[in-house]
Design a protein around this ligand. Structure first.
Ligand code: 5AD
Ligand code: SF4
Length: 441
């Protein structure tokens, strides 16, 4: 049995919800082995940096952060573990240029951490092997940051190889968690008082239970039956695998939220084809119509990339047109950056930086106006909100999410974290709603 004997550990996370969830897993694993957590690298004996490689900018941020840790290491002697996608992808570059890093661990190797840290092995040590099979053992130890909403991973990896995307090279091929263990974890979380579950996977729609062959809509139907759970969400869905069976499972369920993140990436069929997304603009629009007819009021969100190689002004304007037509409740938008190993990296990155920057601003401006109008439509309505936390500045201002995943801020004299409250919306901005409690909690 490993004993880390009170070792003080800090975990920093860059990137997506999958990384956040992995960091919760790493923290749980280390605490179970006797470590203690701190929230400042200055106080730590070991700092673990869980990294993201999805865009060029995420990597730049990481390398400047590592520079700061290097100076800290000179003062305090802390050990540094580089985990996650950058570790998997750039192991050789890190070995060459970042001598401050003691261990390099790819996403399939976190279970090794307690032993590595206990044995104080020499450095740098590199662990980037893939495992084809699902590793279950350490997941139940996860130390979740939120007492209200929990991530539950159902699959990892991706087989899609979209032309711009590095994920298949950092996370490897798809592997699926057995349905039985997914449901066991959800039952435990519901018993612990969690109100919301967010199922995670790079492409949850391709889920297939390795034991029974059950698919994602089966998983949703089974989770919907679990007592105590109020809201169920999932991310991310690939539009090409999004079919009517999933929309119907959502519509028939009692607890699956009327909200979905469905990355469009571009509103131009020609660009989508070059991106190897396997759907056209029209097919995507049709899916949103099906969703809206089966689930009236559903909130859609999406990811958009501007400046993909060869994107013309008129192709770009089709993206703006799609935003206008679909009216997403929220979008995440990015300037294209070429990533190693991807097929788009072989194309000329020919949209000038200034043009990408202007297109990104255009997309964000257009969306800001759309969101403001959507939010204005909520004024005067009373909606159900799951309270997640409170403002750091004013202890009586609480923050939660609506069923559609909109941020809702409101005042309350009583502490309502972890509870559902009815909030009457009184004002809004483009990124959040504000209101007051419609009934005393
Ligand atoms: N350049 C810009 N954005 C990218 N994304 C993924 N790869 C790239 C890239 N090379 C965006 C996509 C994806 C989100 C997680 O990041 O929109 O859905
Ligand atoms: Fe990347 Fe495409 Fe896989 Fe999503 S579906 S992780 S964008 S390759």
């Amino acid at each position: 049995m490993t004993d880390l004997n009170g070792l003080i550990v800090f975990v920093e996370t860059f990137g997506c919800q999958m990384n956040e969830s992995d960091s919760e897993r790493i923290a749980g694993l280390l605490v179970a082995a006797g470590a203690r957590l701190t929230d400042r690298p200055e106080d730590s004996q070991v700092t673990i940096v869980n990294t993201c490689a999805v865009r060029g900018k995420s990597e730049e941020k990481l390398f400047s952060y590592l520079g700061r840790l290097r100076s800290l290491k000179k003062k305090t002697g802390l050990r540094i573990v580089l985990a996650g996608c950058v570790a998997q992808l750039h192991r050789d570059r890190i070995l060459d240029r970042n001598p401050e890093v003691d261990f390099i661990l790819g996403p399939d190797n976190y279970h090794l951490l307690p032993e590595l840290l206990e044995r104080r092995l020499g450095r740098p040590r590199v662990f980037t092997a893939w495992s084809k099979d699902w590793r279950e053992d350490e997941r139940r130890l996860s130390l979740r940051r939120s007492p209200v909403s929990a991530f539950v991973t159902v699959m990892e990896g991706c087989d899609n190889f979209c032309a711009y995307c590095i994920v298949p090279f950092t996370r490897g091929r798809e592997k699926f968690r057995p349905l039985r263990t997914v449901l066991d974890e959800v039952r435990i979380l519901a018993g612990q008082g969690y109100k919301e579950i967010q199922f995670l996977g790079q492409n949850v729609n391709s889920y297939r239970d390795p034991d029974t062959g059950a698919v994602f809509p089966d998983l949703l139907r089974a989770a919907d039956e679990i007592d105590g759970l109020e809201w169920i969400r999932f991310i991310t869905s690939h539009p090409k695998n999004f079919g009517p069976e999933l929309a119907e499972a959502m519509a028939r369920s009692r607890h699956v939220c009327r909200q979905i993140h469905l990355p469009l990436q571009s509103g131009s069929s020609a660009v989508l084809e070059r991106m190897k997304r396997s759907y056209s603009r029209e097919e995507y629009l049709e899916k949103t119509r099906v969703l809206r007819s089966l689930l009236p009021g559903i909130c859609l969100s999406t990811d958009i990339i501007v400046g993909f190689p060869g994107e013309t002004e008129s192709e770009f304007s089709e993206t703006l047109g799609a935003l206008d037509e679909i009216r997403f409740a929220n979008i995440f938008s990015f300037r294209y950056s070429p990533r190693p190993h991807t097929s788009a990296a072989k194309l000329k990155d020919d949209v000038p930086f200034g043009v990408k920057r202007r297109r990104l601003m255009d997309v964000q401006q257009a969306q800001k106006a759309i969101q403001t109008r959507i939010h204005e439509g909520f004024i005067g309505r009373t909606i159900r909100v799951l309270c997640q936390g409170k403002s750091k500045k004013d202890g009586r201002v609480f923050s939660g999410r609506s069923e559609g995943y909109q941020v809702v801020n409101f005042r309350s004299e009583a502490d309502v974290i972890g509870r559902f409250v009815q909030v009457r919306i009184t004002s809004c901005g483009p990124y959040s709603l504000r209101g007051e409690l419609a009934e005393s909690p």
